[in-house]
Design a protein around this ligand. Sequence first.
Ligand code: MN
Ligand code: MN
Length: 460
Amino acid sequence: MSDLREKLFYEQKNGYDRIDTAERLRLENYCRDYMAWLNEARTEREAVSSAIALAEERGFVPYVPGMSLKAGDKVYQNNRGKALMLAVIGKKPLSEGCVIAGAHVDAPRLDLKQVTMYETDELCYFKTHYYGGIKKYQWVTIPLELHGVVALKSGETVDVVIGRDPEDPRFVITDLLPHLAQDQMKKTLAEGITGEGLNILIGSAPYADDGKDRVKLAVLSLLNDQYGITEEDFLSAELVAVPAFDVSEIGLDRSLIGGYGHDDRVCAYAELKAIFDVEDPERSCVCILADKEEIGSEGVTGMQSEAFDCFMADLCESQGTTLRRCFEKSFCLSADVTNAYDPNFPEVSEKRSESKVNYGMGICKFTGARGKSGTSDASAEVVAYLRRLFEREGVVWQMAELGKVDQGGGGTIAKFMAKRNIDTIDAGVPVLSMHAPFEVVGKFDCYMTYKGVLAAYADK
Ligand code: MN
Ligand code: MN
């Protein structure tokens, strides 16, 4: 009877029961490197620049239109410092399609407004406009650091990072003390902290004169000394406040990783490591680190941009084929995180379908919300391909779905890849507290996502 069950039932096993000591060691090594990278890659710009540095160490060179490419060549294209495409040319021609893995490197955060700085009641603040889907109450009373660029009228660009170095000052958004919060506490979580209330405290000591806005003047004078900027320069700046938490192991058994921006840098890193490790691939491998996913993949650096098509069309032309021939035979893993079942909130999940921590890479046949609205819904044949591939290559994986049917949902870059006539499926790491300032993932799932991407790249 139990044999029959084993034969007929679909049963899952905890990932740690499915790997040996050697694999466990590889897993720990992989995660140590990921943690170090995530600490450095706190914005899409930093993710791109650090990815380029790693790629160049491994022989990738900037793609130049018209350059001739042969099997084994490694090129990359930097899209405006905010998105990146890397390719390893395969033995087969691009007319037979390529293997694409696409992740995004933007993450929810607080963008400074363009007219951002003000003084009130002898305290100085930055006004912000949040980026991506956040629960606003999570972003007050946590240490923040400031990252980004100030583009000057001269054409020069100034990089800003304040708060990453342990010696640096940090920033914060204050919240009401409980003693005076009886009205605030009656509001919903969505209303208790407002968007216009997300004002970052940046100074309190006045400049030593008797003019107006003395605190603001003192703060601006410090910025001018260090970065040579004036208040007007904020008009052409992209400065973002992100949580000032270091990435750390979580749990007495150190089996989890806590940090800001796992969504989706945990998949971006998996792709990067996989394209670095793939050896002499049959089909060309393409790795995308996209921007703007959190706000709908818009803009020149988002996945809806033709920057990707231009890069791929160039590669295709160099082999005398067309983009459409290549795309229709290509396969894309839309590598993005998924929700991990959280026992603290069982009411939003349908346990059988939700991915679980330590059960491996989460495969989402469909995303979308309420009746699959907005999903590209991968074909059964594509899921079957992954079942075959992952079983052969020892990739531990699980099915994933984001919440109960009528509860909510989400989107990824998958539909924009599918729209290009590329067979696409979502796959990635299950995350606890997704979009929070400090997200949590299981080390096991991080490593299996890397193995999953590598298996796709290396498939014959
Ligand atoms: Mn994501
Ligand atoms: Mn997200």
